[in-house]
Ligand binder design. Sequence first.
Ligand code: NAP
Ligand code: MG
Length: 478
Amino acid sequence: MRKRRLSSLCEGGDGRLSVICHDQYMTTFDVLNPATEAIIASIKQSTVAETDAAIDAAARAFESWRHVAPADRARLLRRFADLVDQNLEQLAQIEVANAGHTIGNARWEAGNVRDVLEYYAAAPERNLGKQIPVAGGIDITFNEPLGVVGIIVPWNFPMPIAGWGFAPALAAGNTVVLKPAEITPMSALRLGELALEAGLPAGVLTIITGTGSEVGWRFVTNEKVAKVCFTGSTQVGKKIMAGAAEQVKRVTLELGGKSANIVFGDSDLELAAARAPYGVFDNAGQDCCARSRILVQRSVFDRFLELLEPAVKGFKVGDPASEDTEMGPLVSAAQLGVVRSFVPDEAPVAFQGSAPVGPGFWFPPTVLTPQSPSDRAVVEEIFGPVVVVLPFEDEADAIRLANDTVYGLSGSIWTSDVGRAIRVARAVDSGNLSVNSHSSVRYSTPFGGFKQSGIGRELGPDALLSFSDVKNVFIATE
Ligand code: NAP
Ligand code: MG
């Protein structure tokens, strides 16, 4: 952090990203390209007073936004979605440069923002209340917007996680202040510009950059913020929940995970082994849904590892801008340090893939076979390309091991027995399970965690309700 001239990222006519300087001096934070360690921009660190000013503006904007006719609010959100679509390639390139995401993933992520906006653009006109039969009059319910919603976004999926918060929040009639992670603010800043271009009034969606402890925490303590929607570490999530209790402030928390990929002996083992790397190494393992514990039935354990080895060694790690790259760098030197700490010299490494050397925060896909269930790599969320593989005996043992964690976000079950698939899916304490697949996220289905993986659900038909409170009104007719 230092005092310097403010600059920002922009796209030249040739599609390349470059830095422009603004004629202003303030405290800024250097944003790096994690694949090269080059500085791509210097971004303002907002103060608490500036955060309060943004919240005040959002509170003022709420007074008119809540009264915008449903069809007009819908139209503005659709226009926002169209602009995201028109700028999809630029948004994707920003994410490649700022977060080291592969270009294929980054395009999907920008497309996801568009889809989530389109999905919730249908909501203002369908935000239905109830009419409940009562004696002596009419009883009706309204889903009232909450007011200002504060959204705190982590660095692992800057675009989708922003969209999962702001799209339903705006559709429900709230205004939003959004803080991106300090190290990955660029795509959120661009989305904020596109919202204004689409015609959303100033103050309806405000992107405010700065640290979690100042800007983010102010969302928790400022009484004009009615709800905090937080995605990030379980440690900070607990702090936010405790802080929000002070004002009985609403929270949605999407926190960590240590999800199991359960491979039964009766599965298509070749397919399960071929897909397992994608279930954990996607986004360099920096995914709360990462299937970072592979549990394999003992009868096929050795065979599974034999099949997994070429899949891991063949995983393409390199320049995230290349079309065929499957994994880029970690997001930061700090995260690289965290990941390295899980693979000390004496670590039980079964095999590793490869990663570039030289500048950039690289770590190779790594498979560990720890002997003890209390090994740190088995218990803690690593948030990097490191997976543990453990044996289990039978269905009951698989369920016991899968649930032997404080987390419960996602998980996969590989089996050809449909009855077992359903039994195990019902028995694993986790919010998002997939059978013979690693998919967790669809904008039209609910997403969120059991246990210490979080509270509340994002996406899907019901997320709108988590951005409103139910009001009951009785009208006497007698
Ligand atoms: P983090 O500290 O939980 O950060 C997530 C977001 O919360 C960032 O925008 C951060 O701001 C902000 N924040 C931090 N402290 C805050 C506070 N006291 N009040 C309000 N907001 C606050 O996560 P991290 O330090 O980036 O990553 C640490 C670990 O968390 C990772 O290794 C991983 O295990 C886990 N993680 C999980 C997810 C997930 O999707 N579940 C995402 C990211 C990380 P700044 O960072 O800008 O200061
Ligand atoms: Mg942190």
